[in-house]
Design a protein around this ligand. Structure first.
Ligand SMILES: CSCCC(=O)C(=O)COP(=O)(O)O
Length: 287
């Protein structure tokens, strides 16, 4: 007999929800590509975050459906988000965000003129232009490059601080944050924090052939940093890929593919970063 799925609530603080109906809760929680994908359909489980303001999760298991929890054998893939699901909210708000806020100036100063930072700045400029046109508070115009490095960085830092304070889930901010966090992970100033029942659940799902994916507003690069450098070690070996908010239309299609069981096309696509080379990906990540 197939063993029952470990209650997803023990992994994510959510219900195991391989049932129609949890899609609407996702829609309510965040108007994102995950919800836009119309997920879940049979075979894909998207645990529902049940966040508490103190960042702790309720561990009480909830019935997944009227007929009881789904069996492992009936699940092909699981999509998890990070904040409040795999990781405490406090890890994001009290560790990651302050690190980005406190180190963004240093990062921009040290990398100014590099291709990566030029790209980050171009995206931020575009966002700032849009924000100014929409009258968003806290937005500071970014002077042209000719004004010199310092005034440009001053304006960028002011905008980034305001964006972090407002907890904006915008791609330009998330991309830059990922680059700032990279330094923190490399120096081991930051370690990825996951709830203690996450590693065994990921391991069990992987061993059962279930493909687990991460979807977060944080950049895919940042997601890989977190799961590659947790206090439990590198968990990427249990993960099949990462979704973020870039190219939402494509990502939505990939999530739809997962929901209807066409995982092969999903994991082969560049929008969905593979965390480990295919040859090392293990059976749970083969499509
Ligand atoms: C890549 S982890 C950083 C998380 C983050 O920046 C964030 O805003 C939380 O996003 P989520 O979509 O996982 O709630």
């Amino acid at each position: 007999m197939a063993s029952p799925v470990p209650p997803v609530s023990q992994v994510s603080g959510c219900r195991a929800c391989c049932v129609p109906g949890c899609a609407s809760s996702q829609l309510r929680r965040r108007r994102s590509l995950k919800a836009a994908a119309g997920l879940p359909a049979a075979g894909t489980s998207i645990p529902r975050p049940r966040q508490r303001l103190d960042g702790r999760r309720r561990l009480r298991a909830s019935p997944a459906s009227a007929t009881g929890p789904p069996q492992l054998s009936s699940i092909r893939s699981v999509v998890l988000d990070i904040e409040g699901t795999t990781s405490p909210i406090s890890f994001v708000t009290d560790v990651l965000f302050p690190y980005a806020r406190d180190n963004v100036r240093k990062h921009l100063d040290a990398t100014y003129g590099s291709d990566e930072t030029n790209d980050d700045i171009a995206m931020l400029r575009a966002q700032v232009e849009q924000d100014l046109s929409e009258g968003i508070t806290g937005v500071v115009p970014v002077p042209p490059d000719e004004a010199g490095k310092d005034p440009v960085i001053d304006a960028l830092v002011a905008n980034v601080e305001a964006m972090i304070k407002a907890d904006r889930k915008i791609t330009s901010l998330k991309q830059l944050q990922g680059h700032v966090w990279r330094t923190g992970f490399e120096s081991e100033e930051i370690k990825g924090v996951v709830f203690d029942d996450v590693p065994p659940a990921l391991q069990k799902w992987h061993a059962s052939g279930i493909k687990t994916y991460i979807y977060s507003s944080g950049s895919r690069e940042a997601q890989r940093l977190i799961f590659g450098n947790t206090t439990y070690g590198d968990l990427r070996k249990y993960l099949c890929g990462f979704f973020d908010t870039t190219n939402q239309e494509r990502s939505t299609q990939l999530l739809r593919n997962l929901a209807v069981g066409r995982g092969r096309s999903a994991v082969a696509d560049t929008v969905l970063d593979r965390c480990v080379p295919r040859s090392r990906s293990g059976k749970g990540c083969r499509s």
